[in-house]
Design a protein around this ligand. Structure first.
Ligand code: PRX
Length: 656
């Protein structure tokens, strides 16, 4: 970090904002005593979250911690997630909009709770007819079209866990995730619209399926006449679902601890981790945080502008909001198409009450200028939220002033795929907001910032973020890999001999005198590009997979809009020329292995990588070089001479 931003962070963090009175008057949670209640009555206080749901059978015990850290929540409780998100709203809110979907080229689809019920039942019956049984993992490889949440809910209805693979992932990434989950059913679609173009998605899905055996595929038609190729031997979504319209499929009774879904995420090794979430704890937790933090009421027009292919969309487009019976908005496209005011046009047209988005988007809006939001009436907004990466104070203030008109609280919510839902943030009707700082842990969440010995650091000092008590939304394990679950999340800070289990999120953080936590970024080899988590090892193995590359090192470099950008250093094999064409091949290799969102912003060819005496690549140094930082002492390197050469090559690339 250069001197200047550090200074900005210090000055700005002293700035404080109180929740506006107009918001507090109507907020779902306004009494500060909630923190104490959770503290004094933990873990039983978590019943408050579970009570937001309808249970077929009540739980006997709130938390079973007899086999730490394999915690169980709401033990022996029985419920169905789909029944909670759809059926139970039919009485009072059958005609209320559940999902409002807007296509990028225009065109909308509106599903009332009654219509959603019909769709989900028909899809559930179709999946059953295709042979899907309880506990079979169904993969979904779909963009933001209504069939995605419908298929997820249909799976939940019949007790089949879903594994959604973000549509931006490559064919290889899809195949890898289907194989890892032993998934034999895929729901996908022909394509979608992006910045005015009809994109072919089916060819990518088919390419992935070449590597997976015996898969039953269902293809939803988004493009219709624009579809790039006719659907051949796959099942067309409409033709398997339509015959079941009007059919009712009884929601399967699931145990609280039964798996609701799997979500693959990046870690320190090249192999993605299958994060397992369960039915009772996850749904209680997302419903509770949606209500307490996003302040969702059934009457709201709530919009989380994320993609359902990532955890934010699972928890806060689908499960949390629908469990509360609200209207959740879904938008297919990008914020700058057809013009840079698209989001604000939608906020205006749909009277959006809460907007939840990522700092990377806010930084792009800032760059585009205030004229775009100024074209529209945004006065229906009462709360703003951010997630996925730290928000710098300047972007926070811009969001507050130009989108929220100074009258909306902002919740800066820290959480992860693994946590299932929000963990650290202010409660919008209670907490003082400090731009740049996520806030205190939520009631019932116990977090700390510690040094390598596990000792709490002093206020203002950097350290490792830890969570030292379980919570209902937590991952239960990594799919079929308890060992990796223990190694990745529990080994580092737990004192297992004394049964003191501490979860390690792998984030750096600092804490202030008021207990507010500022997230400083990942401490493992994971890069956060536009709020998307990408393992540097995954990118490195994709690059060395390209013929002609001998070795690679990938780091995150600072980026004004994306937060971080992928910076790759590659050593070519003897005889391979370092041409622009080869650089493009390297980039294409990453797109094929992972997806275009993981594309390196820069590839620098270098004859050597800086290494420690024990042979470890000094990634920190490579990141500093990418950021143009002054470098500290490099004399401990095995090959200090290489540094200057790399610096020069980076400068050459930048001036090109
Ligand atoms: O580094 C933290 C960052 O995103 C990581 C989790 O990524 P993922 O599992 O993909 O989930 C993203 C959406 C929940 C975290 O380890 N992160 C998330 N939220 C914040 C954040 N960093 C700073 N501030 C946040 N509010």
């Amino acid at each position: 970090m250069s001197e200047e931003p550090q200074l900005e962070a210090r000055l700005e963090s002293q700035e404080e904002f109180e929740p506006p009175a107009s918001f507090v008057e109507q907020a779902n949670v306004t009494d500060e005593s909630i923190y104490r209640e959770f503290e004094e009555n933990w873990p039983e206080a978590w019943e408050r979250a579970a009570e937001l749901l309808d249970w077929e059978q009540d739980w006997d015990q709130v938390l079973d911690d007899s086999d730490e850290p394999f915690y169980e929540w709401f033990v022996d409780g029985k419920l169905n997630a789909c029944a909670n998100c759809v059926d139970r709203h039919l009485g009072e809110r059958a005609d209320q909009t559940a999902i409002e979907w807007v296509g990028e080229p225009g065109g909308t689809r509106t599903y009332s709770y009654a219509e959603l019920h019909e769709e989900v039942n028909a899809a559930a019956a179709a999946l059953r007819e295709l042979g899907v049984e309880e506990d079979d993992v169904v993969t979904m490889y779909m963009p933001m079209i209504p069939e995605l949440p419908i298929a997820m809910l249909a799976c939940a209805r019949i007790g089949a866990p879903h594994s959604v693979v973000f549509a931006g992932f490559s064919a290889n990434a899809l195949a890898e995730r289907m194989q890892a989950a032993d998934s034999e059913v895929l729901v996908t679609c022909d394509g979608y619209y992006r910045r005015g173009d009809a994109l072919d998605h089916l060819s990518k899905a088919r390419e992935g399926l070449e590597q997976v055996e015996d898969v039953t595929t269902v293809v939803a038609k988004r493009l219709g006449a624009d579809a790039p190729s006719a659907v051949e031997d796959e099942h067309v979504y409409e033709s398997v679902v339509d015959p079941h319209r009007g059919t009712e499929v009884d929601p399967v009774t699931r145990d609280a601890e039964d798996m609701l879904f799997l979500m693959y995420t990046s870690g320190t090794t090249g192999e993605p981790k299958g994060v397992k979430h369960t039915t009772g704890g996850y749904l209680s937790y997302t419903a509770w945080t949606s209500r307490a933090v996003l302040d969702i009421d059934p009457e709201d027009n709530y919009w989380c502008a994320a993609d359902i292919g990532w955890i934010t969309g699972h928890s806060y487009i689908v499960y949390g909001p629908l469990a509360l019976g609200t209207t959740t908005l879904m938008y297919e496209g990008t914020p700058d198409y057809p013009e840079k005011d698209r989001l604000w046009e939608l906020v205006d047209s749909y009277d959006v009450t809460q907007l939840y988005t990522a700092p990377t988007a806010i930084r792009a809006f800032m760059k585009w200028g205030t004229e775009y939001p100024e074209r529209h009436d945004l006065s229906t907004l009462r709360l703003l939220g951010t997630v996925g990466e730290p928000i710098n104070p300047r972007a926070w203030r811009w969001y507050h002033e130009h989108i929220g008109d100074g009258s909306c609280p902002i919740v800066d919510t820290w959480w992860q795929t693994e946590t299932g839902g929000m963990m650290i943030t202010t409660l919008p009707g209670i907490g003082t907001m400090k731009p740049g700082t996520a806030g205190p842990p939520l009631p019932g969440i116990s977090a700390d910032v510690v040094d390598t010995d596990g000792t709490t650091v002093d206020p203002g000092e950097g350290g490792y973020l830890t969570v030292d008590r379980p919570w209902p939304g937590m991952l239960r394990t990594l799919y079929r890999n308890d060992e990796r679950f223990l190694a990745e999340y529990w080994q580092e800070h737990s004192d297992t001999e004394n049964d003191n289990w501490v979860y390690s999120p792998e984030d750096g953080a600092k804490i202030d005198d008021d207990g507010y936590i500022t997230i400083l970024g990942r401490v493992d080899d994971v890069v956060n590009v536009s709020g998307h988590r990408i393992g540097t090892m995954e990118v490195e193995s994709a690059i060395v997979g390209v013929e002609g590359v001998a070795e690679a090192a990938v780091v995150g470099a600072d980026d004004d809009v994306k937060g971080q950008a992928i910076y790759a250093y590659a050593i070519t094999e003897a005889g391979q020329t370092e041409t622009d064409e080869f650089r493009r091949e390297v980039i294409a290799g990453v797109e094929d292995a992972i997806g275009p969102f993981a594309r390196p912003a820069e590839v620098v060819f270098t004859p050597e990588l800086p290494k420690t005496r024990s042979g470890k690549i000094m990634r920190r140094l490579l990141a500093d070089i990418a950021d143009g930082e002054e470098l500290g002492n490099t004399s401990t390197l095995r090959n200090p001479g290489v540094v200057e050469d790399i610096q020069q090559r980076v400068q050459e690339r930048e001036t090109e």
